[in-house]
Design a protein around this ligand. Structure first.
Ligand SMILES: O=C1CCCN[C@@H]1CCCn1cnc2ccccc2c1=O
Length: 510
C-alpha cells in the first residue's frame, strides 16, 4: 500500500521514514544505524559524484584509495583531534575465534591513514600541491538517534586531502571547494545553502578553521550542516613530520606545508528529501532524478481493439525513445500487471518530476498532458520537433521553482534579532536566528544553555506534546555575507553587555 499516513508538518520523523521507504530509497537493516541504499537514492549519489568528481578532477585533484583499517598507534597519533571522537571509533578485535594481536580501527575519516604517506611522498616543493581525494565509506559508531542519510553509523562520502606550499593557495582551495559544495546543493539538489565559517566551538578541533554550507529544513525549523571544507594549517604536518625543502634557501632547511581537508556525504540525499518532500511522497529535483519523465498509457478499455492498444503502447515507447535521444532520462511504464492508476501513483510517490498520461485522444491530437510533480500543476506540450527544448524548459522551470520555494521558506523562517527575549520564541516558531555576537565562547555556550532551558520551560507548560524539541540553539555558521553591523549593537546573549563583532546564524540543528 503506497499511501502516506504521516504528515510532514505533524511528525517529520514518521513522515520521513514512510517517504524514504515508499519511494524505494531506503530499506531498513538489522544492524542499528545502518540502512540499505536502494537504486532510487543511490542514483542520486551517482549524479552528485559525477558532477562534483568531474569538477575536482578538472581542477587537478587525483582520486585514490586508502585502506579502511587504521592501526591504533596511527589513529591516536593526533591526540587532541581524536580524543573527542574516540567513543565513535569502531574496532576489529577478532578474526574468527581468534583475538587480533593488535586491534584495528575502521576509518572514521582518513587524515591519520593518509598523512604518514604524505610525509613519505612530499620532499620537495615540486611535490606540491599534493591533492588526493577518495570516494569511500566511513564508520562512526554514534549513539545519538540514527536517521537514514542524515546520521548513520556507516555512510558514503568523498574526502579530499590537499597539501600546499603557501597559506594563500590553501585558503583559496578551501573556498573553491566550498563553492562546489554550494553548487551540489543549489544547482543539483535545488537546495539553498548559507556559506560561512564555523565558530571556534563548532569547528573541527584538529584544524585551523572550518568553512561550511548550511541547509535549512523548514518543516521543523532546523539547520543542517551540508558539507565542510577545512583548512588544517600545519597542525597535521607537524604531527606527521610532513615537510619540504625551502625553495628560497639552499641550506636544506625545511618548511611544513599548509593542508586542507574537505568532505561531502550521503547526508545530501536526506537533506534533499526533507527540504522538497511533501505529504504525497518524495519530490525529486530534475537534475538528479534517475527518471525525469515517465509515460503511462491511459484510456485502454474493453472497447479498445488489439491494434489500438498496440499502437498506444508503441507510441509510448516511441515517445520515451525520442526523449532519451534528446538527452532526457525518460521511461515508459507499460507494466499491464499494474493498473495505470497504480503506476501513476507509484511514480508520484517516487517524485518523478514530469508524468505523462498518453491516451488515444492525446495520440490523435499529438499533444502531451504533463503532470508536474512539485506543484501538482498540469501543462500540455505539443509532441512535435521542439520536444527537446520544451522539456528542457519544463525541467529547468521545475528546478528553479523548487529552489525558489525553498529559498523563500528559509528567508521567511530566518529572523534577524537583536533582543534576547525574541530568541527562544523564534526557535519555537520553527525559525533560525541571525543575531549579533560578541565572539566570546561563554556567550555561545550560554545562548545554547539558556535557549534550551527556556524551551524546556515552554514544553513543561505544554505537557502533552513531549515531542516538542527542547533542544537549545547552537551556532550554525558566521555567514560570509554579513549584514551591516551598526556601532554599539550589543551581543544577543542575555546579560552580555559587549559590543557585537559579527552576525551569526543560530538554530536547532540535525
Ligand atoms: O570533516 C572532514 C572532511 C573530510 C576529512 N575529515 C575532516 C575532519 C573529520 C573530523 N572527524 C570527525 N569524526 C571523527 C570520528 C572519529 C575519529 C576522528 C574524527 C574526525 O577527525
Amino acid at each position: 500500500k503506497l499511501g502516506m499516513s504521516a504528515k510532514k508538518e505533524d511528525n517529520i520523523a514518521e513522515w520521513y521514514q514512510q517517504v524514504i521507504t515508499k519511494a524505494e530509497m531506503i530499506e531498513y537493516y538489522d544492524v542499528s544505524g545502518c540502512y540499505i541504499i536502494r537504486p532510487w537514492a543511490f542514483e542520486v549519489w551517482e549524479m552528485i559524484r559525477s558532477w562534483f568528481g568531474s569538477r575536482i578532477k578538472d581542477s587537478g585533484v587525483e582520486d585514490c584509495y586508502f585502506p579502511m583499517f587504521v592501526s591504533k598507534t596511527v589513529l591516536e597519533r593526533e591526540k587532541d583531534h581524536v580524543e573527542g571522537f574516540a567513543p565513535e571509533v569502531a574496532w576489529v578485535t577478532k578474526a574468527g575465534d581468534n583475538d587480533l594481536e593488535v586491534p584495528v580501527a575502521l576509518r572514521p575519516t582518513s587524515e591519520t591513514v593518509m598523512y604518514p604517506y604524505y610525509a613519505k611522498w612530499i620532499r620537495s616543493h615540486r611535490d606540491l600541491p599534493l591533492r588526493l581525494n577518495q570516494w569511500c565509506n566511513v564508520v562512526r559508531w554514534e549513539f545519538s538517534h540514527p536517521t537514514p542519510f542524515i546520521r548513520t553509523r556507516e555512510f558514503l562520502w568523498q574526502e579530499g586531502h590537499s597539501a600546499y606550499a603557501t597559506q594563500k593557495e590553501a585558503d583559496d582551495e578551501v573556498r573553491e571547494i566550498l563553492r562546489l559544495y554550494a553548487g551540489v546543493y543549489e544547482e543539483l539538489l535545488a537546495v539553498p545553502v548559507v556559506q560561512g565559517i564555523k565558530t571556534e566551538k563548532e569547528k573541527f578541533a584538529g584544524g585551523d578553521y572550518t568553512t561550511t554550507v548550511e541547509a535549512f529544513i523548514a518543516a521543523v525549523g532546523r539547520g543542517c550542516q551540508g558539507a565542510t571544507s577545512h583548512c588544517l594549517g600545519q597542525n597535521f604536518g607537524k604531527m606527521f613530520h610532513i615537510e619540504f625543502e625551502d625553495p628560497s634557501k639552499n641550506d636544506g632547511s625545511k618548511l611544513i606545508p599548509v593542508q586542507n581537508s574537505w568532505g561531502l556525504t550521503t547526508r545530501t540525499i536526506g537533506v534533499m528529501t526533507m527540504v522538497h518532500g511533501d505529504n504525497i511522497g518524495v519530490v525529486m529535483p530534475p537534475r538528479v532524478s534517475a527518471v525525469q519523465i515517465v509515460i503511462v498509457p491511459v484510456g485502454v478499455t474493453a472497447k479498445t481493439t488489439d491494434e489500438q492498444r498496440k499502437a498506444l503502447m508503441d507510441a509510448c515507447t516511441q515517445l520515451a525513445n525520442e526523449l532519451k535521444a534528446a538527452g532526457f532520462r525518460a521511461k515508459a511504464d507499460l507494466r499491464d500487471n499494474y493498473s495505470p492508476g497504480w503506476r501513476f501513483n507509484h511514480w508520484e510517490v517516487k517524485g518523478v518530476p514530469i508524468r505523462i498520461e498518453l491516451g488515444p485522444k492525446e495520440l490523435e491530437a499529438k499533444t502531451l498532458a504533463l503532470s508536474i510533480r512539485h506543484d501538482s500543476s498540469k501543462q500540455s506540450i505539443a509532441w512535435d520537433a521542439n520536444l527537446k527544448s520544451s522539456f528542457a524548459t519544463a525541467l529547468d522551470d521545475i528546478h528553479n521553482a523548487m529552489f525558489n520555494k525553498a529559498k523563500a521558506q528559509r528567508l521567511d523562517q530566518t529572523k534577524q534579532l537583536t533582543n534576547w527575549e525574541d530568541f527562544t520564541p523564534a526557535l519555537n516558531n520553527k525559525c533560525i536566528v541571525l543575531a549579533p555576537w560578541c565572539g566570546d565562547r561563554k556567550c555561545e555556550d550560554n545562548i545554547k544553555k539558556v535557549s534550551a532551558e527556556e524551551s524546556k520551560a515552554l514544553v513543561a507548560d505544554v505537557k502533552e506534546d513531549e515531542r516538542a524539541p527542547s533542544m537549545g540553539a547552537k551556532s550554525l555558521c558566521i555567514p560570509f555575507d554579513q549584514p551591516a553591523l551598526a556601532e554599539g549593537v550589543k551581543c544577543i546573549c542575555k546579560g552580555c553587555t559587549n559590543n557585537a563583532a559579527k552576525w551569526v546564524l543560530f538554530g536547532r540543528s540535525y
